[in-house]
Design a protein. Structure first.
Lengths: 318, 318
């Protein structure tokens, strides 16, 4: 089996990562978006990282879609008694992660090192790496002005239309030796069915990552992107509305256009068969299958298909 | 009733404050030691402040002696699963205080403002003020070298002998307009039966406080100190051993010597009757009574006696 590197945001990336873990085990490295990270009450909160890590550890709450299973809310309930209701709710057990991580970061440990240590403590066989150790913050411009990502995503429940997106700090940020090493060792690179605008684009905006992916393709390592838009709708989150309000097409083809330069293969859902010719017209090989991951079996099945599809590809270098 | 200002550390100061609250209500201001404060997991922890605040709010755990009643430990239990057992245990409900406070401080609010806001949220009728808005850290020198206070107090359980004490940052720190205003409005100043070395001395080390107390005395405002040493032993904590290892006498007389310049009156326990002549020989008026506060009634009774004693005194200015 090839060493697989997945670029991932939150839930969709986590589900496919879980399938890839079943397929390639410790040969999986997930590079997670850290543009959604925030400091709240002094604590370092890494939403996409933790969704991936908890899912890979089998500790995630599948129903809620974020945080830990068997969670309690004593701290937040008490916080609500002290103040207005917190808009970003942190479970008691989840808080332990944030306390531990914040302590390690204050000790001076690099975020990457902290992520590796946490994965070991959570018993994760795969490697989960932040895209950078530098601070990058995704912000979206709405009709109310620029908002921090979580302010838009959680507090305003993605209600405002997104007019523009920026990744503050990205132009000065560089990726890590660990990410570069993972891409150098990769036999297959997978772009998760995450939001292309605010989950994948920040990763690609970090100095060194696009170059390392291009170098991998020159070594005949294929890049496969999986559509997070199925039947014109995002399975989770605001990607569909965001694509539309930013002038893209909210469809598998619209997503494929964003990845046309980056990827060799594209995975679309069978409901999007009509998009297939257009996607192939972009120069992308296609795999059409059921991409909706409803349970462990469908995660593993999709991951296996993605790996098989990827291994069949040979990058054509521009 | 006079406006009362109490200088206080943790448990002993909190109990007397509770009695004073019963006696003078909203006319009580407690100035708390912040030299024991620490940042843990990125959170601002104020041990003495919170002991006083929780006690005045009627939320304290009287049996444990710190933290909140009806506490749960989900976060710490999970933290122990992630890492070694935390030596500084924070209850779930207590954590809400630290999260809320850290958030407010990160917003740029002064510690004093944050303390006032918290008191309102906790429903405290009295005012609780940190001694300073500046960072001051009590450190103790042991045979293992200098230790941060909580490292000595909690982690090492006060086992090492204390050879020297310093208040890092105190010489550059100044007190707040709120503390000065409280001392200017005071009709009586009470030094709590707290540890004179590490609870009261840091307060007195802050620029402006000793001067404001002296000015009050020139206005005929008496200062009454209450011994935290009864029968040669501290009722709580390591004050007795600390006094001895620093070359003081671990007795009511030993405490009185430390306050001889500051105070007009001194309250000692009836079991220390033999110390009375020595204390009066220092120029201090004395009140001898039962100083051990075992319940609400004994807190209120001692506070009432302290206030009555104080009102009988007229400072003799050196």
């Amino acid at each position: 089996m090839p060493r697989v590197v997945e670029l991932a945001g939150g839930v969709g990336g986590a589900k496919l990562a879980d399938g890839l873990l079943a397929e390639v085990g410790a040969d999986l490295t997930v590079i997670v978006n850290s543009g959604d990270d925030l400091v709240l009450h002094g604590l370092a909160i890494w939403p996409d990282h933790d969704t991936v890590a908890y899912t890979l550890a089998g500790l995630d709450d599948a129903v809620r879609g974020w945080g830990l299973a068997n969670e309690t809310w004593t701290v937040m309930d008490r916080l609500a008694e002290l103040d207005e209701e917190p808009w970003f709710r942190l479970g008691d057990r989840d808080l332990a992660t944030h306390l531990w991580r914040t302590g390690r970061l204050r000790d001076g440990a690099r975020p990457t090192v902290v992520a590796i240590e946490l994965a070991r403590r959570l018993g994760i066989a795969a490697t989960v790496l932040p895209m950078t150790d530098d601070e990058v913050r995704t912000e979206v411009r709405t009709d109310d002005g620029w908002l921090e990502f979580q302010e838009y995503f959680v507090h305003r429940r993605q209600a405002p239309d997104v007019r523009e997106v920026r990744f503050r700090g990205a132009s000065e940020a560089s990726t890590t030796p660990e990410v570069i090493a993972a891409l150098e060792a990769a036999g297959l690179i997978v772009v998760a069915p995450s939001n292309p605008i605010v989950s994948i684009a920040p990763i690609l905006a970090i100095g060194g990552i696009v170059g390392a992916i291009a170098a991998a393709r020159r070594r005949d390592v294929p890049v496969v992107a999986v559509s997070g838009i199925v039947g014109g709708r995002a399975l989770k989150g605001p990607a569909d509305r965001m694509l539309a309000s930013l002038g893209h097409e909210s469809s598998a083809l619209g997503v494929a256009r964003l990845y046309a330069e980056l990827a060799d293969g594209f995975v679309l859902d069978t409901v999007d068969a009509a998009s297939r010719p257009g996607i192939e017209g972009l120069g992308l090989a296609t795999l059409m299958t059921d991409t909706v991951m409803t349970d462990d079996a469908s995660r593993a099945r999709l991951a296996a298909e993605v790996v098989r599809f990827g291994r069949s590809l040979h990058p054509v270098h521009a």
